[in-house]
Design a protein around this ligand. Structure first.
Ligand code: S3P
Length: 444
């Protein structure tokens, strides 16, 4: 049990999802937009910005470092860039809240500044591994220290001796890659990062949009420090990670037919579509186009019978945030679904393997957690209420996944510790209710 004031979802069983929906802006891209716009020369206008707690923490951090930022108002943000050397020392620690992306990317960016800074986070973020950024940044000459257990707070002291390195990522992580690229902007010489498998490439795309040369060769990405960023206009697509709950919900709920507008379909993010289709889902991508350097489409999804699959290893980084929702699809599928090679899920906002396995078991589904994945047998969701409520462990994606599960449950599902849904998907319950989910929320 946590000390957080409880925020619960109560979801009635059954129903279907229908109509047109627009989910909020992409979280990964929103963080990067604030960071790069702040370092650019001139004014950057951003639209489609996610007004969720995670990206707002990044925005607040740059305001605290002296960047004039107007908004957000209806997703519109205007950033008066201060240039590569224009950030100022913040008057206190920078609080990244629940956001691993904000903390890890900022660690790289701050390693190159002329002032000291401290990064702190909430209870969940303060448990997450930070050595993965501290070690390579130290190799680059940064002065950065984590706690003895390798976690936040991160203390960063100025240095004028950052130098580029050639680094092989020990795990597929866009956060670590992006952290090193941001430090690389301030380093002498070339910084090259080799990925074990492709991960989201929003930093690379956005640097290019700001006129900064980035070289990509297969699984290696390189940039040279000392350049400048030119302001631009950015249109942020809606977040496929938020759309994922509706892709799964509409697939599992008989009679569903949903259209999701202007969803980002960057090839490094579409694992959820690939995997749902492999399970038999009926998903169509309509009117594919580009927006702000990122591919987008309207997505139509209709209910379809699903079957279990073995998840191919190369899809894991492409669907890393969507596994909680995909596990709900697996529980509604005929037969068994097996995921391996996904130990990273244990160090997300919660241990997503264990927390999902526990919740699925509570709803009567056979789910066995493995060291690096899960084995799920399709079945029938029962019900979970009152002292048997599902515990989301403060993890936004766990809360929303179990809410969607109610579409195929025999009885109501109650979910506790849902407040962090605000980090990525403000207004989730209202939007889901509009589409047909019988959801109510209660804040205590
Ligand atoms: C993110 C990268 C992923 C993802 C996270 C957002 C990003 O983390 O899980 O939600 O914006 O770069 P890792 O790169 O650590 O896998």
């Amino acid at each position: 049990m946590s000390a957080r004031p409880d925020h619960r979802f109560f979801v009635a069983p059954g129903g279907s999802l229908r109509g047109y929906l627009r989910v909020p802006g992409d979280k990964s891209i929103s963080h990067r937009a604030i960071m790069l716009a702040s370092l650019a020369e001139g004014q950057t206008q951003i639209s489609g910005f996610l007004e969720g707690a995670d990206s707002l923490a990044t925005l607040a951090a740059f305001r605290a470092m002296g960047v004039p930022i107007e908004g957000p108002k209806d997703g519109e943000v205007i950033v008066e860039g201060v240039g590569m050397q224009g950030l100022q020392a913040p008057s206190g620690p920078l609080d990244m809240g629940n956001s691993g992306t904000a903390m890890r990317l900022l660690a790289g960016l701050l390693a190159g500044q002329r002032f000291p800074a401290t990064l702190i986070g909430d209870e969940s973020l303060s448990r997450r591994p930070m050595r993965r950024v501290v070690e390579p940044l130290t190799q680059m000459g940064a002065c950065i220290q984590a706690s003895p257990s390798g976690t936040a707070p991160l203390l960063i002291e100025p240095t004028d001796a950052l130098h580029g390195i050639e680094y092989r990522l020990p795990m597929a992580s866009a956060q670590v890659k992006s952290c090193l690229m941001l430090a690389g902007l301030y380093a002498q010489g070339e910084t090259c990062i080799h990925e074990p498998e492709p991960t989201r490439d929003h930093t690379e795309r956005m640097l290019t949009a700001f006129g900064y040369p980035v070289r990509r060769q297969g699984l290696k990405v390189c940039l040279t420090g000392g350049g400048r960023l030119r302001s631009c206009r950015l249109q942020i697509p809606t977040d496929i990670s938020s759309a994922a709950f509706f892709l799964v919900g509409a697939s599992i709920a008989p009679g569903s037919d949903l259209l999701l507008e202007e969803v980002g379909i960057n090839p490094t993010r579409v694992g959820v579509i690939n995997l749902l289709r492999a399970m038999g889902a009926d998903i169509e991508l309509l009117d594919r186009r580009m927006a702000g350097g990122e591919p987008v489409a309207d997505i139509r999804v209709k209910a379809a019978p699903l079957h279990g699959i073995e998840i191919p290893a190369h899809q894991v980084p492409l669907a890393i945030d969507e596994f909680p929702a995909l596990f709900i699809a697996a529980a509604c599928a005929q037969g068994e679904t097996v995921l391996r090679g996904a130990a990273e899920l244990r160090v997300k906002e919660s241990d997503r393997i264990q927390v999902m396995a526990d919740g699925l078991n509570r709803l009567g589904i056979k789910a066995e957690s493995l060291a690096d994945g899960i084995r799920i047998q399709g079945g029938q969701f029962g019900s979970a209420t009152a002292d048997q409520a599902i515990d989301a462990h403060g993890d936004h994606r766990i809360a929303m996944s179990f809410a969607i599960a109610a579409l195929r449950a025999q009885g109501p599902i109650e979910i506790r510790d849902c407040a962090n849904v605000e980090t990525s998907f403000p207004g989730f319950a209202q939007l889901a209710a509009r589409a047909g989910l019988g959801i109510e929320e209660q804040r205590q």
